[in-house]
Ligand binder design. Structure first.
Ligand SMILES: NC(=O)c1ccc[n+]([C@@H]2O[C@H](COP(=O)([O-])OP(=O)(O)OC[C@H]3O[C@@H](n4cnc5c(N)ncnc54)[C@H](OP(=O)(O)O)[C@@H]3O)[C@@H](O)[C@H]2O)c1
Length: 275
């Protein structure tokens, strides 16, 4: 039977590569994006390689848009085997400077829309008695650091959601897989927003962190590696709860395991901004 995959945020980066990788593995893949003006590149590759891939519109922040996309897929294919919750963005700023509205907007896309997608797709997977939900978290879902505070909080929330879901959906044959990439070379950092409120209090640490992260981004892992890990996880008979992608992420998580909290904070300050 033809398996069906749904990926959010397929216009670039990890979502783009994952959509192509799933289609290359034979999944009929719905590569979804909020702005169909960005569909040309992925469509061209799919046509050239004769891949089972279709682009449809899906803005994860918009309930009607999610509803329509899922309805279209069920009308056309009657099933969803894999859901990759990938769409997301980030914002620079400290907890004091990111307004409540900015925090809410960050959580709307990075957290609530993942809940929205799962609430629409889990009933379908439960009826099938099978399915995989892949949530793209981040190393920032395991390790806090300054000046991306709303983003980090949203990814920590994804970790809690995913861990709980594993217990809730596991008995229905649905696997929930958390993907934790380190710094990946995509449009992510160029697309990052900045908190509207800026002040001198946090100027120094903000500059240090942004330049540290941007330097790491230059040497970031290619998004194809994230796609490969997702494919590998889906091929496991029993996927693990978590997959880490990138040497940087593996190194930070290993250090976190080996050190006390205070030792780790001191280590991270040095790594991030040489303090
Ligand atoms: N790059 C990294 O270092 C890194 C590391 C760890 C985790 N991640 C996570 O990986 C995921 C993908 O990021 P990326 O690195 O591939 O960055 P990216 O190239 O900027 O891709 C982000 C994707 O999300 C889409 N998106 C944003 N808001 C959306 C909405 N409301 N509805 C539908 N799509 C929306 C974007 O669409 P538009 O083109 O329309 O903006 C784009 O397709 C994110 O969840 C991010 O947090 C990234």
């Amino acid at each position: 039977m033809e398996k069906v995959a749904l990926v959010t945020g397929s216009s670039s980066g990890i979502g783009y590569e994952t959509s192509l990788a799933l289609a290359r593995e034979g999944y009929f893949t719905y590569a979804t994006m909020r702005d169909l003006k960005k569909e040309a590149v992925i469509k061209k590759i799919a046509e050239e390689e004769n891949l089972p891939l279709k682009v449809i519109e899906l803005d994860v922040d918009n309930d009607d848009s999610v509803q329509n996309a899922v309805k279209t897929i069920i009308e056309e294919k009657q099933r969803i085997d894999v859901l990759v919750n990938n769409a997301g963005w980030g914002i620079w700023g400290t907890a004091e400077n990111i307004s409540i509205e900015e925090f809410r907007a960050q959580f709307e896309t990075n957290f609530f829309s993942v809940v929205r997608m799962i609430q629409k797709v889990a009933p379908i997977m439960r009826k099938q008695g099978t399915g995989d939900i892949v949530n793209i978290s981040s190393i920032a879902g395991r390790i806090g650091f300054p000046v991306s505070t709303a983003y980090i909080s949203s990814k920590f929330a994804i970790e809690g959601l995913s861990e709980s879901l594993r217990y809730e959906l596991g008995p229905f044959g649905i696997d929930v897989i958390i993907i934790e990439p380190g710094v990946i070379k995509t449009n992510f950092f160029d697309s990052m927003k900045t908190a509207k409120k800026a002040d001198d209090v946090y100027k120094e640490i903000t500059e240090k962190v942004i330049s540290g992260v941007k330097m790491m981004a230059e040497m970031g892992t290619p998004p194809k590696e994230v796609a490969n890990v997702i494919i590998k996880s889906l091929k496991e008979e029993k996927p693990l709860p978590r997959y880490v992608v990138g040497n940087d992420a593996a190194m930070f998580l290993e250090a976190k395991k080996m050190k006390t909290d205070i030792e780790f904070e001191n280590y991270l300050k040095k790594e991030l901004y040489g303090e």
